[in-house]
Every structure is written in C-alpha cells, then in structure tokens.
Ligand binder design. Structure first.
Ligand SMILES: [Mg+2]
Length: 250
C-alpha cells in the first residue's frame, strides 16, 4: 500500500534553515554592537535549547559573554530583530529545499496523495519558505500544522496528531519525514512510520525505531546514502512513492 499522506517537518528537513537562523543571530549581534559570534559548533550545542529567546538567555547564562547585562535588558528587541533578519534571508531565497523534497512532494501530489507540514516553527516562516520554493511545490501542501496551533511542542506528538486529524488519515498509513531526534520522537509517538534525513545541525536519533536514516531523499543524479536502519534495496537511491510502499510493507 502506498502512503495515504506524507508529513514533513520544516527546519532541517525541508531546508537547512538552522544555518540561516545562525546567520540571522550573528548579523543581529553585529547590528546591536555585540562582539558575539556563534560558530557552527557552538550553535549545534545551543540548539539543545528550543526557542530563540530561551537560547539567547541560555547563552548569556552559560557563556557569560561581554555586554551580557546590556543584551539581557534588550532581549525582546534583539530577538525581534533576529526574527526580521531571518525572514529577510528566507525571502531572499537563501533557503533552498534539500535534495528530493520538491521531487517527492510533486510526485505525491500528482498521485493524489496529500502533503502536510508538521512543525514547531511559525506558520509565517513556513509560508515564506514555501513561497520561495515556487507555486507548484507550495500547491502540493494540503495541511499546515505549525507553531502554536497545539499546546505541546515536539518531542510531544501533538502537532502530528493535529495534522493527522486534519488529513483524516490513520498514522500507520502515512509517513513522516524528519531530521532530528526530537522530531522523530514526536512522529513515532503519534504512531507514524518515520524516515530521518540527517541534517547539518541535528542528531538523527532513534535509528532502530524508524524506517531508516538517510543522508537526504535523493535525486536522480545524486542518490541518497543510507546511514542506518532498514534493509538496503536493490537500485534504491531516491525516496519515491514506490520505495515508501515497499518500506511500509515490511
Ligand atoms: Mg527539524
């Protein structure tokens, strides 16, 4: 049986947006005259704290950077400026969809299989990202479950429960695409067969409980690399509806 719907996470899964969040923080620090620089290694550690404001406070408390008191006093302004800068980066087309994402969305749509978004990021960020992906891709998305539409954020399953209810589908008949441990936990807790496409900033998480952990969804000229989980299939290299059907049948 082919999946009845495909549910995508956003940050790290649709695009490597964490890198843009990092750049937006650094640009904002400069703008505010703060001599702070979050390199990729540091940012990977800081991502353990969910929420931009919370992340800033954690950095101040744990790293005691220069001008900490001044920054803490203007925290709301800092974060608002960062959010604007991030939106500008997205709108400027700095976030390209990861390999295979648009291809799989379009294949699903052509086959009458709805695509849904299930994310903790804000609906505005999702819309902005989808707008840069083009009308055909944006048009495949039947349901957006995002941000504060549910009380508990990932790793709680709420956002997936909400999306499945809107889709009218049973979890076991669908597939979730995630990049992080917290995201995969949320999808698994909702009962969704899950594929992890590892991203630059996140640990992929529970390989033994997901369908597989892949480098990405793969393209005809750039097949995915299977990193963990599942059994290799002959000729695999792109996540397609047919490959998902075979994984679900196992
Ligand atoms: Mg993610």
């Amino acid at each position: 049986m082919r999946p009845k719907a495909i549910l995508f996470d956003v940050d790290g899964t649709l695009a490597e947006t964490e890198e843009l969040h990092r750049q937006a923080f650094n640009r904002t620090f400069q703008e505010f005259g703060l001599d702070w620089d979050w390199d990729p290694a540091l940012y990977r550690d800081l991502l353990a704290v969910a929420g931009g404001k919370e992340r800033l406070l954690h950095y101040i408390a744990a790293y005691d950077p220069p001008d900490a008191a001044r920054a803490e006093a203007s925290l709301a302004d800092l974060h608002a400026a960062k959010t604007r800068t991030y939106a500008d980066l997205i709108t400027a087309g700095e976030a390209r969809l990861r390999p295979g994402v648009a291809r799989l969305m379009l294949e699903a749509h052509a086959a009458g299989i709805p695509v849904a978004i299930a994310t903790t990021t804000s609906p505005e960020n999702v819309e902005a990202l989808l707008a840069t992906a083009g009308r055909d891709v944006a048009h495949t998305v039947a349901v957006i479950a995002a941000g504060d539409m549910v009380p508990n954020k990932k790793p709680a399953p709420d956002v997936y429960h909400y999306a499945l209810e809107r889709l009218g589908c049973a979890a076991a008949d669908c597939v979730a695409i995630e990049d992080s441990a917290a995201g995969a936990e949320a999808a698994l807790a909702a009962g969704l067969p899950t594929v992890i496409t590892r991203s630059a900033f996140t640990e992929p998480g529970p390989a033994e409980r997901v369908l597989c952990v892949l480098s990405d969804l793969g393209e005809p000229d750039a097949p995915f690399v299977r990193l963990a989980g599942g059994e290799e299939r002959e000729g695999e290299g792109m996540v397609t509806l047919d490959l998902l059907r075979r994984w679900l049948a196992d």
